[in-house]
Ligand binder design. Structure first.
Ligand SMILES: Nc1ncnc2c1ncn2[C@@H]1O[C@H](COP(=O)(O)OP(=O)(O)OP(=O)(O)O)[C@@H](O)[C@H]1O
Ligand SMILES: [Mg+2]
Length: 245
């Protein structure tokens, strides 16, 4: 589904992603762990199309199309979703309106009709309940005044409503309480199937215990320094990053 080839990215002449190669196959759950500042969020942002990065070399292919030729909204319409490490507050825009606009834009791009409002709201309410998210969140301004954990839950709510092909989750577990982590992890586990892929960036074992990734990569200084299966998470928890960097 996603293939990153020889990718090098810099900001203000500082190299942050350094000749990275990574493949994410359809149906796979892939985890990236790595020390603070190693370039994990930069990688997520570059895949999603955030401006402000210099792409010095390489390609990112999504379903065999080089996405550097596509705007962020086109990437989203093709099925790439990024749950932000730091979700943005947008006062004056209601959560549900934002989500409905996003969904309808994607539908329009793919030649589908706008959503029926009633069906959309019913689906929102249904999913809110499953995620134990109070339905008052739907009418509140996007992320405005939400607690840290509520923002993260709202990101997952949007993701599950958008039904993307590639879900990039940048530290979705930070700030979640123990019960919320269970609810979110279950939601992700159930969403995952042979037609979509998850890229999970995390510092902690607990989320991965629930999600059971197929592959784990350790990231340092903008590249993968070690790859393995789930057992790598346990080794990391025991020995720390020093063993690998
Ligand atoms: N716009 C920018 N201007 C200057 N430096 C930047 C910019 N964006 C990223 N960096 C630097 O690039 C490096 C990688 O940052 P990034 O946010 O990708 O790290 P990370 O692996 O996600 O870390 P964390 O685990 O703390 O979230 C850091 O040293 C950061 O300061
Ligand atoms: Mg980060």
């Amino acid at each position: 589904m996603l293939e990153i080839k020889n990718l090098s990215v810099s900001v203000q002449n500082k190299t942050i992603i350094n000749n990275l190669n990574l493949k994410i196959e359809k149906g796979k759950k892939v985890a990236i762990m790595g020390p603070n500042g190693s370039g994990k969020s930069t990688l997520s942002n570059v895949i999603a199309g955030k401006q402000g990065y210099e792409i010095n070399e390489g390609q990112i292919l999504f379903d065999d199309v080089n996405i550097f030729d596509l705007d962020p909204e086109e990437r989203a319409a093709k099925g790439i979703f990024l749950a932000f490490q730091y979700p943005v507050e947008i006062p004056g825009i209601a959560n549900a309106s934002f989500l409905r606009t996003a969904l309808n834009s994607v539908r329009k791009y793919n030649g589908e009709k706008d959503l029926n409002t009633r069906e959309f709201l019913d689906e929102c309410k249904d999913l809110s309940k499953k995620l134990k998210l109070d339905t008052s969140f739907l009418s509140r301004d996007l992320n405005t005044g939400f607690s840290g954990g509520e923002k993260k839950k709202n990101e997952i709510f949007h993701m599950l409503m958008m039904k993307p092909k590639l879900c990039i989750l940048d530290e979705i577990d930070s700030g979640l309480d123990i019960d919320a982590l269970k609810v979110i992890s279950n939601g992700l586990f159930q969403y995952s199937n042979e037609n979509n892929s998850l890229l999970i960036i995390t510092h902690y074992q607990r989320l991965l215990d629930y999600i059971k990734p197929d592959e784990v990569h350790i990231f340092n200084e903008g590249n993968i320094v070690k790859s393995g299966d789930y057992s790598l998470v346990e080794t990391l928890e025991e020995k720390g990053y020093q063993e690998f960097i």
